[in-house]
Design a binder for this molecule. Structure first.
Ligand code: NAD
Length: 295
């Protein structure tokens, strides 16, 4: 029987698990607060930002919602980030990507105070993650780690294949899986667009994490019986009736062989959102110097 790993349910448990900590912090005068900065006209980005605000509101996390015209000079964005860095009531800062061409994304990531970098993309936080001393684990790979734990998947000693080497998913995912820590201790192979014979790698894996952004590219033929398959991909594809969301995994053929699989939607997506709340609460706890009990 293939287990369908229910990301919605696990994410809901994590949100519920944060409620006590949020209350404790709020009672102590530190209401966790996430600030978002949106500087593009992309409707999808606006939707992502509004979902983040909704998620925060539901658990009692305060929000700041800053929108800048895409034509705004980069200096103004940096000033905005500086203000948020200096604001003691703000614990997490998230600058929604993509940014307009005249803004250097790397400079933006460096500008955010690492202590408020709840995405975990500041070079200091990337370094800490790699060194095994993470302050914030990036939300998507952290969510995958939580999903694997919730499904009782043993990572220690497992052969894991991560398909994708992006800075936001593939690389931090591989880093988390190799850490000498709970949810790590796997032997990790990182595959990418130049990998020779991807199927040979995935067939030898106990765990496959697909994060390539290529619709349904991991097929049943590429998977061995009993593999755990985590589908990070979110791809909108045209259908006869309009469009639909599919992952990087060909769900039907892979589910026939996998021991456990995440659906799209309803797998990794809800976890990414939940882990942003998690990081924001962690940040507020650090600022308040209160040892919060994180789920
Ligand atoms: P990206 O485009 O930055 O990186 C894709 C990676 O996949 C690259 O490293 C590339 O080398 C590799 N790749 C591309 N084609 C390949 C192929 N044919 N074979 C092997 N490797 C290949 O994408 P990303 O930001 O890492 O996102 C990956 C996917 O995950 C996208 O579908 C994205 O929408 C989705 N995503 C989902 C969540 C979530 O919350 N579920 C979060 C972030 C990203």
């Amino acid at each position: 029987m293939t287990e369908i790993i229910d990301g919605k349910a696990v994410a809901s448990d994590i949100r519920t698990g944060l409620l006590d900590s949020i209350q404790t912090l709020t009672d102590a005068g530190t209401t966790p607060c996430l600030a978002t900065v949106l500087m593009n006209d992309d409707p999808a980005s606006a939707t992502y930002v509004s979902m983040k605000h909704k998620d925060c509101k539901e658990v009692g996390i305060a929000t700041r919602d800053i929108e800048l015209d895409p034509e705004t000079p980069a200096e103004e964005l940096f000033d905005t980030i500086d203000d948020l860095n200096a604001d003691p009531d703000v614990h997490g800062i998230l600058v929604q990507m993509p940014l307009p061409d005249h803004v250097d994304e790397r400079e933006v990531l460096r500008r955010i105070d690492p202590a408020k970098d709840v995405d975990g993309f500041h070079p200091e936080n990337v370094g800490r993650l790699v060194a095994g001393n993470a302050r914030y684990k990036p939300c998507t790979p952290h969510g995958v780690q939580k999903l694997l734990a919730a499904a009782d998947v043993e990572t220690e000693g497992a052969d894991a294949v991560v398909v994708g080497r992006s800075n936001i998913v593939g690389k931090p995912m591989a880093n988390l899986l190799i850490q000498k820590a709970e949810g790590g201790n796997a032997t990790v192979t990182v595959c990418h667009s130049r990998t020779d014979d991807l199927a040979e790698k995935t067939r030898n894996a106990d765990i496959v994490v697909a994060a390539a952004g290529v619709p349904e590219m991991v097929t049943g033929e590429m998977i061995s019986e009993g593999t755990v398959v985590i589908d990070v991909g979110i791809n909108r594809v045209e259908t006869e009736d309009g469009s639909e969301l599919v992952g990087d995994v060909d769900y039907d053929s892979v589910a026939e062989k996998a021991s456990a699989i995440t659906p799209v939607p309803g797998g990794v997506g809800p976890m990414t959102r939940a882990m942003l709340l998690w990081n924001t609460v962690k940040s507020a706890g650090d600022v308040a110097d209160i040892d919060v009990d994180l789920p």
